[in-house]
Each structure stands twice: as C-alpha cells, then as structure tokens.
Design a protein around this ligand. Structure first.
Ligand code: ATR
Length: 319
C-alpha cells in the first residue's frame, strides 16, 4: 500500500464541493460556511475571493516549513487571493508575534513547534480537537474580532489513513507509539474512527498512562497504555509512530516478534524513515507523514476559506 502506488479518484472539478463540502462549524466561524449551492460551485472556478487574505505559519525554527507552498497551491487551485508567509517567533514570544500579525490585518495562522500550546492559550474559543490535544495548529480571526483555535492534525491523519491509503479503522487494533504532543494531537480523532483498541506505548510509561486516562470515558474503543516491554506482540492492524525518535534516526525498541498489518510514521522524509525501514523489514507497508501534512493543511484551509481543496496533486508531490 505504498503511497506512490495509491490511485486517487480525480473527480470532475464541479463535483469537488459536493465531495468535500462540509467544514466542521465552530461557533465562532469567520462567516457562515454552508453546503455550496450551484452558483457557489461555479464561483470555485472564477476568482471567488479577490480580497487578499493574509495567513502565516509561526514556529521556531520555521525555515523548513512546507506550509507556504502547500497553501499557495490550494489558493491557486480554488481561486482564492491569499498571501502566506513564515514567521519566526522568539521562544518566549508567540503571543507578541501573533498579536502583531493579526493587528496588521492577518486572517489566520498555522502554528508549529514549539508554540501549539501557546496558540491554544491565545484563543478565545477552541474546537473539541484542540481542547483534547491541549494544543492548536490553526488560529482564525473571527468576524467579531475574537480568535478561534483548532487542531487539524488528527483529522489530517485520519483523512490520509482512511481516504488516501484506504484503511478501514473501525474495529481495528491500533498501536500508537509515543505520548507527547504529536500523539495527544491525534488521539481524539483516532478514537472517533471507532477502532476496537488503541494501545498507547511510550518510553515514559507514566506519560502513556496519563494520555490513556485523559480519554478513558466509556467510548467504543478500549484504550490501554504501557512502556515498550508491555506491548503485546500479537498482530496489530495499524502501528502509528508519533514519537520523535526518528529525528535521531532511531526506532522505539519494540519486541522483535511484534507483527503488524500496516505502519504509519508521522514524520516524513525524502528518504525512507527509520520507522518505515523497521516496518518493511517485518513484511508490512509503511507510509510516512507527507499525506498527513497535506491533509491537515487542507483542513486549516477549509476552516479559513470555507472550501476544502482537492489534495490529489500535492499528495503525488512527495518530496
Ligand atoms: P512531539 O510534540 O513531537 O510529540 P514531545 O511532546 O517532546 O514532542 O514528545 C516526543 C515523544 O517522542 C515522546 O513520546 C517521547 O517519549 P517520552 O515521553 O518518554 O519522552 C518520544 N521519544 C523521543 N525520543 C525518543 C527515542 N529516542 N526513543 C523513543 N521515544 C522517543
């Protein structure tokens, strides 16, 4: 199930708003986002929004971010007038940079490490995903001047797993590696897909247990936690790597006999990631996080612009 081998439907352009129509509406949206009518659908192919809107991604560091390229691609494909820049904020300076951006007329921000918790604190209102994650990767200035925070990482992962890679997660056994910000950010949307079980494994057992306890409120899925040693080797349908071990070329030290049906590394790389190599040695396919990056961006774009862009072309442009 290699991404390069995945065939994606490429629907007729006028069907796109029907196939990707609805933005999950916050109570503080920029304007009423609705199912697009026939007239609106035509607007997708003319300059629908000729007023220049300003967006940016904030982080430290930030030079590596692909978000400007991705959002400019979406803007061009959906005929939105949009400027998107990178903003480097000092480590203690997220709020000052965000305030300056919005006071200067900015419409929305993406937020990356290490400011996702600061972004949530900056907002007046937050989505359930952002609240559950204790972190936001998207900020939007509402029409009334307040700020709305969302976390689109988990929805991006879900979209990649289910729509792009064709996995059905309902009733499946998922092993989630890691219990830091990346794991917390995707856990709620993962559980919304109704897997039979999500097992959270982490180097620090206490952190895994705390994350499991934060969601153990009688949902459809069994949620358990352990260190690496406690992970059952019995087949896992999907193993998702949400640790940052790959940044050092490392793989969590799971039991050699562990078997799995499919692996997903939330990191992406031009080369095969360490975790992808580990999974493939066990005879399973493993995607990297490029699709998640593209899809979380599409979710942010949809929140800001009221239109979910087609991601097909960008998915094929894996670095
Ligand atoms: P992020 O926002 O990227 O999730 P984080 O909150 O610092 O960053 O979390 C990093 C995660 O990767 C944690 O689960 C961490 O394990 P601990 O909670 O025990 O620190 C995990 N991690 C980092 N380096 C690792 C390594 N070399 N091997 C295994 N796990 C590692």
């Amino acid at each position: 199930m290699k991404r390069s081998g995945v065939r994606l439907l490429s629907p007729a352009p006028f069907l796109l708003p029907l196939l990707f129509p609805l933005v999950d509406l916050p109570s503080c949206p920029r304007r009423a986002v609705h199912i697009l009518s026939g007239a609106d659908m035509l607007c997708v192919f003319r300059p629908q929004n000729t007023t220049m809107h300003r967006y940016a991604v904030v982080g430290h560091p930030i030079a590596h971010s692909r978000s400007p390229d991705i959002h400019r691609h979406f803007a061009q494909a959906t005929a939105q007038a949009l400027e998107y820049e990178r903003l480097l904020a000092p480590l203690e300076g997220f709020a000052a940079v965000a305030n300056e951006f919005f006071q200067g007329g900015g419409n929305g921000l993406n937020i990356t490490a290490p400011f996702k918790a600061d972004a949530l604190a900056f907002a007046d209102e937050a989505s359930a995903d952002a609240s559950a994650a204790n972190a936001a990767n998207t900020l939007m200035r509402c029409d009334d001047g307040r700020f709305y925070a969302d976390n689109t990482d988990g929805r991006g992962l879900l979209r990649d797993l289910t729509h792009n890679l064709g996995l059905a997660l309902q009733g499946q056994r998922i092993l989630l590696l890691g219990a830091g910000g990346a794991a917390r950010g995707v856990l709620r949307p993962l559980l919304a897909a109704a897997p039979a079980q999500v097992w959270i494994a982490n180097r620090s057992v206490e952190r895994a247990q705390a994350l499991a306890e934060s969601v153990s409120s009688g949902g459809a899925s069994e949620v358990q936690a352990s260190g690496w040693d406690g992970v059952p080797v019995a087949p896992w349908d999907v193993v998702i790597n949400a640790t940052s071990a790959g940044l050092q070329g490392e793989v969590p030290p799971l039991a050699a006999g562990l078997t799995l049906g499919f692996g997903y590394d939330m990191l992406y790389s031009h080369d095969t990631t360490a975790f992808q190599g580990w999974v493939r040695e066990r005879g399973a396919e493993c995607a990297d996080g490029w699709g998640m990056l593209v899809e979380q961006a599409a979710e942010s774009f949809a929140l800001w612009c009221g239109l979910r862009p087609d991601t097909t072309a960008l998915l094929a442009q894996h670095p």
